[in-house]
Design a protein around this ligand. Sequence first.
Ligand code: F6P
Length: 346
Amino acid sequence: MRAGILTGGGDCPGLNAVIRAVARRLHTHDWDVIGVREGWRGLVEGKLEDLGPREVSGILPRGGTILGTSRTNPYKLDGGVESVLRTFEENDLDALVAIGGEDTLGVATRLHEERDFRVVGVPKTIDNDLSGTDYTFGFDTAVWVCTEAIDRLHTTAESHNRVMVVEVMGRHTGWIAVMSGIAGGADVILIPEHPVSVEDACKEITRRHARGKDFSIVVVSEGYALTYESGERREVTQEAATDAFGHVRFGGVGDALAHEIEERTGYETRVTVLGHVQRGGSPTPRDRVLATRYGLKAADLVLASSWGRMAALQGDSIVDVSLREATAELKTVPPAWYEVAKAFFG
Ligand code: F6P
């Protein structure tokens, strides 16, 4: 029997740990494991390679993905879906493990539902915005990187009596901002799903300074739209063009916000954009363990022919949920979590 594995969408610490765990479990059941290069593109273009014991050795702590990744969407290519199915059949594959976020697993869901495709999923994204699972792997590492940055920014902010704006990733949701902001003791946290106005954010900073604090740390998600009391909302993007899944490229809201804060409060303000450093490097121990458990579960789903399912974390247990449930809607930050963050505003 032969199983393919692909990693799609933005890379994420822990991908290699999943690949290793899937392969190790399937090898013990005498399955051949085939690496699909660069996400769905590898199945469209027939880019496959053997993943034997030697190929998956030593990759547990490695960041990125040994398989490469892409944002290729076969549904957006002429004959793309037919090419995926053809590559699968021609290479005698019996199963596919798709490791990805909303986009990659959205394709897996459609292929399973519309074409009876033998696929199982693993929830990956630093954004932590997939439903059906408490946490995606990669998120813990991103939060760790951001928290470390916020700690460092504290000491320089304090020395110069400055406001420091930290822009973190999170295309549609503010999970990274909220968790790293709480962990790092941010004074204001701005996220897409609970859009506090620029005016209110400035009031919190002024209130804090009136209490005798001469510096402030503001964490903002890239997907936060500058929101004003007038009702105006301004999304800041790098370019208007969208990718194959319809996403714009965010980036720049931190800079726009810093200008607003400096102008409205008179406090000297600087901005740090953490960008892809949040996705790079070695996964935290927690992500390595989670990724490993997900990989074993995905392999078990393959062995049980449980197609259309995704490994998930609920509480402390690894379970499986349907790909449909996981991709139907994004998991946003619930109000209760944002309340924890807001308790420390100002
Ligand atoms: O979805 C994960 C993510 O890291 C988002 O937080 C971010 O907006 C996006 O990917 C960046 O994508 P790219 O690597 O294409 O710049």
